[in-house]
Design a binder for this molecule. Structure first.
Ligand code: AMP
Ligand code: MG
Length: 466
């Protein structure tokens, strides 16, 4: 099956639809946002705000909702800091939860999907431990860049909805401090994490587990269709996790912190900390400076997601047999292979002909990329055009094999978009992220960030042009 990316966002009215409270009091705790000394609107994502009927708010209204967190009409009041546990770098941690954010609102989007608006950096909650509950401005800027780039590259991701600078000085070990503060709002298709299930099994709350499974199937997977909902949810989630892994690899993305509390039951990627894009096809490329073992390095991400699925399966055995879950876990490598293949074909702009027929092309692509004669983004720009490239970087035997496979393929995309003739791959390597941040930090110059967002969105259009 060819991969079809998410459609361009379109306008729809505001339709509040609070469902989370159906899960009772144990799912989250009522909290209040911090009061901030300043509110300077730095980014509003009108492209996605229009899908939930919020694109036409004035800036003042926007800041009231996404800087001061005045409730949206008919929505959560007060917001909820969600409860969850999680495996962090494979160690179980029962002391986490929304420590610097909360679920602010739920609503329907243009495709009638149930969406959440949730915060990062809105102050302490019962789950903050020793943290200050805050987000650095740089962290917020980095999250904008990650989400825009991933969306353009066909990864299902949360959208960075709003970023408001809040005028505090924060101290962080990994940024020159004091550093500027911000509060971010993200739009996401659920904030139910694998770790949400882990907390419920730790509490041996079978009733809540049943309710949560039902909630997820009903609101995120089109309803309960079998008499074994836990297995049904697991199968659907596993398919989504395989797709997420395949899309990360094709994008050259390294999330950095693939802990079970950072993995959404809908398979939508979210929560971006020390992420990076690997410039070259380098299996061991690691994003987080604190990931000493390379547990979450580039090529181990499919394995990490598989391992996380096993933890979800383990939690679900509170209410179902393990055999069908194990069967689904065993199918993950194949599902990952299929998803990866579909994403590579999509990024190359060729018709996907099914896993077995596509495999030689994708194996050849991986071998060619592994030579590291060009960056990943350069590779997909050059080979994504109609005419196969002849540059000296592409003369090795591995490229002859790949060229041969490409020559057999039918184009699935128009390469008339100017991006394909630009000779200028849109990338998101660390030097560029730092340069965008430096312009803000040193000169309060937001232009490079705005320009980059524009460029990324253009590349997104080029990849989708039919
Ligand atoms: P993360 O690595 O961002 O997914 O965070 C892991 C856990 O630490 C979550 O429970 C977060 O809410 C919490 N956390 C991270 N940073 C802070 C902070 N500055 N203040 C309070 N809690 C935090
Ligand atoms: Mg997190």
């Amino acid at each position: 099956m060819p991969y079809k990316p998410q459609a361009e966002p379109t306008k729809a009215p505001y339709r509040a639809d609070v469902k989370i409270t159906q899960l009772g009091e144990k799912i989250g705790d009522p909290v209040k946002a911090s009061e901030f000394p300043r509110h300077v609107l730095r980014f509003r994502n009108n492209r996605w705000a229009q899908t939930v009927g919020l694109g036409e708010l004035s800036d003042e209204q926007w800041v009231n909702h996404f800087g001061r967190f005045q409730p949206l009409p008919d929505n959560l009041d007060p917001p909820l800091a969600l409860r969850y546990h999680g495996h962090q770098f494979r160690n179980y941690n029962p002391d986490i939860g929304d420590g610097r954010g909360f679920l602010f609102a739920q609503m329907r989007d243009h495709e009638d999907r149930l969406m959440d608006l949730a915060t990062k950096g809105s102050g302490t909650t019962p789950w903050s431990r020793s943290g200050d509950g805050k987000l650095t401005l740089k962290g917020g800027v980095r999250e904008i860049l990650a989400t825009e780039m991933l969306e353009a590259l066909g990864v299902e991701t949360s959208k960075t909805f709003s970023l408001v600078e809040t005028g505090e000085e924060l101290f962080r070990g990994d940024e020159p401090s004091p550093t500027r503060s911000a509060v971010m709002t993200r739009l996401s298709h659920s904030h139910i994490r694998y770790g949400t299930f882990q907390r419920i099994v730790a509490e041996k709350n079978a009733d809540l587990m049943h309710a949560l499974v039902d909630y997820c199937l009903t609101h995120y997977y089109g309803g309960v269709k079998t008499d074994n909902p836990a297995v049904e949810l697991f199968q659907k989630t596993a398919a989504k996790a395989a797709r997420l892994a395949g899309s990360y690899m094709t994008a050259g993305f390294v999330h950095g912190v693939l802990n079970t509390d950072n993995i959404n039951i809908t398979g939508e990627s979210f929560d971006y900390g020390p992420w990076r894009f690997t410039p070259y096809w380098e299996p061991g490329f690691t994003a987080a400076y604190f990931d000493h073992e390379g547990l979450y390095c580039f090529a181990r991400q499919p394995e990490a997601l598989h391992w996380n699925l096993a933890q979800l399966a383990s939690a679900l055995t509170l209410i179902c047999e393990s055999a069908p879950l194990v069967e689904t876990l065993d199918s993950f490598p194949r599902q990952y292979g299929e998803a990866f293949t579909e994403h590579v074909c999509w990024r190359l702009g060729v018709e996907s002909e099914g896993f077995d027929k596509d495999k030689p092309l994708v194996v050849a692509a991986e071998k060619a990329l592994g030579l590291k004669t060009v960056t990943i983004d350069r590779f997909f720009l050059d080979w994504g055009q109609d005419a196969l490239p002849e540059a000296k970087e592409y003369i090795a035997d591995e490229f002859a094999l790949f060229r041969n496979e490409m020559a057999k393929r039918t184009r699935a995309r128009s390469s008339s978009h100017p991006y394909w003739q630009s000779n200028n791959p849109c990338s998101m390597h660390i030097e560029e992220v730092e340069a965008i941040w430096d312009a803000i930090a040193q000169n309060d110059d937001w232009q490079p960030l705005m320009q980059k967002i524009e460029d990324i969105r253009e590349m997104g259009k080029a990849l989708r042009s039919l």
